[in-house]
Design a binder for this molecule. Structure first.
Ligand code: A2P
Length: 398
């Protein structure tokens, strides 16, 4: 039987982040309220959507014995059984293997991990084979009086191996079904602990989770996964998939300078990276410069511990937008205030930039970099292209 190569998005793994649809330059990807799908008639198999996909839902071509229409895919809850998975597809199809390899080496879309980052394991636990973790802590990070409820949730994997490196995420699928009786979708949460555990030497990790209220959400509904996680009690068990992410990874070379820019829970990856340096590279010659945006000091996760870290380890610029009696500041304002330091770091080929947080900050940060560079005689368009292709400029926004 002749098999057909088809790009199909796994609805069980997809987190509906819209990245694939935004990335596809030929408009082959579309979505409805339920699924993101690929139009077979438009897709030319170029694979631009694969590398930015944070979960691997669209990682490789699949082999099928017939063409699945867009209309059919839009109704799926999981992939049909006759669709061969990645491994089977690799064995059966050399082209699919080549595409997969290209995705992991970062060829094609210009997104590569930092040269000195460790090789990250990905997709060890899938939707049908999740790892079970036990909640060993759930602590509120934001001040009690503040409306923003951000939590530090510790998950222990017991005897189950769950390796990760700083910058990776895990997947959580809230139990139960939605109003239409469909299983909930998986959501991604960045790991906030370094690879040797939230507590050094323990098989545990922490997440930084903001409770999404009806007021916060675009659809006016409280966040299903965030409320599930924020309400967990010690001793509860959680099904975890992943780890995910092969490019937004911490460089291991202690001589690298890291410019970290985040808002709110975007700080999770930077906490993991900072803890890595604090524990294992305390005398690292590289500079860490953090721009951290929050509404107020009381709503800035990890504010207390951050204040205690020495400037030699991490230089922190806070941007507070709603602190009473203080001028409204965004991270990009603080970047402009530190233009001289940023320009100096950008001249250094050992400098990496990581941006993580609200979607809106992406353009704001790029504009700030462009202005800072213009004043310093650097062409930002060329410099940022080069940094991207060298795995030194990474953006993760939502
Ligand atoms: P704002 O006070 O304007 O909402 P949140 O608490 O909603 O997660 O937001 C974290 C921080 O990011 C807040 O200080 C928020 O300011 C700020 N912020 C909102 N939009 C942007 C943007 N486009 N660029 C940078 N920071 C932003």
């Amino acid at each position: 039987m002749a098999l057909i190569r088809q790009h199909l998005i796994d609805p069980e793994v997809c987190i509906r982040c819209n990245t694939c649809e935004e990335t596809c330059p030929i408009g082959a990807i579309t979505h409805n309220d339920d699924n993101y799908v690929v139009n077979y008639d438009v897709c030319d198999g170029r694979g631009d959507c694969m590398i930015p996909c944070p979960t691997g839902a669209v990682t490789a071509m699949r082999l099928t014995d017939r063409i699945y229409s867009t209309e059919e895919q839009l109704t799926w809850e999981d992939l049909p059984e006759d669709v061969l998975d990645d491994g089977q597809a690799h064995a059966a199809d050399g082209d699919a293997l080549a595409l997969q390899k290209a995705a992991h080496s970062g060829e094609g879309a210009g997104v590569v991990p930092p040269a000195s980052a460790p090789a990250a394991k990905e997709n060890l636990y899938g939707a049908s084979t999740p790892a079970t973790a036990t909640v060993t802590g759930n602590m509120r990070l934001t001040d009690d009086g503040k409306e923003t409820d951000i939590r530090h949730i510790v998950l222990d994997f017991g005897k189950t191996a769950f390796p990760w490196v700083e910058g990776q995420s895990i997947g959580i699928t809230p139990p139960g079904t939605d109003a239409k009786g469909k299983k909930h979708h998986m959501r991604l949460y960045t790991i906030a602990s370094p690879r040797d555990g939230e507590r050094p030497g323990y098989n545990n990790l922490a997440l930084t989770v903001k409770r999404v209220t009806a007021d916060d959400a675009d659809n006016g509904q409280p966040g299903i996964a965030s409320n599930y996680l924020c309400d967990l009690k010690r001793g509860d068990t959680v099904q975890v998939t992943g780890p995910y992410g092969g490019t937004f990874l911490m460089p291991d070379d202690p001589a690298t300078n890291i410019i970290m820019i985040c808002t709110g829970t975007g700080a999770a990856a930077f906490r993991a990276m900072t803890e890595r340096r604090r524990r294992h590279q305390p005398d690292a010659p590289g500079t860490v410069l953090l721009f951290f945006g929050a509404r107020t000091r009381g709503e800035l996760p990890y504010f207390g511990p951050l204040k205690k870290l020495p400037k030699s380890l991490i230089d922190v610029e806070m941007a507070l937008s709603r602190e009473s009696g203080e001028e409204k500041q965004y991270v990009q304002d603080r970047m402009r205030a530190r233009a001289t330091d940023i320009a100096r770091l950008l001249h250094d080929e050992k400098t990496h930039v990581f941006v993580c947080g609200l979607k809106g900050m992406e353009t704001g940060c790029a504009d700030a970099f462009a202005d800072i560079c213009a004043d310093a005689g650097i062409d930002w368009a060329t410099a940022s292209d080069r940094m991207r292709s060298e795995g030194r400029y990474h953006v993760e926004t939502y």
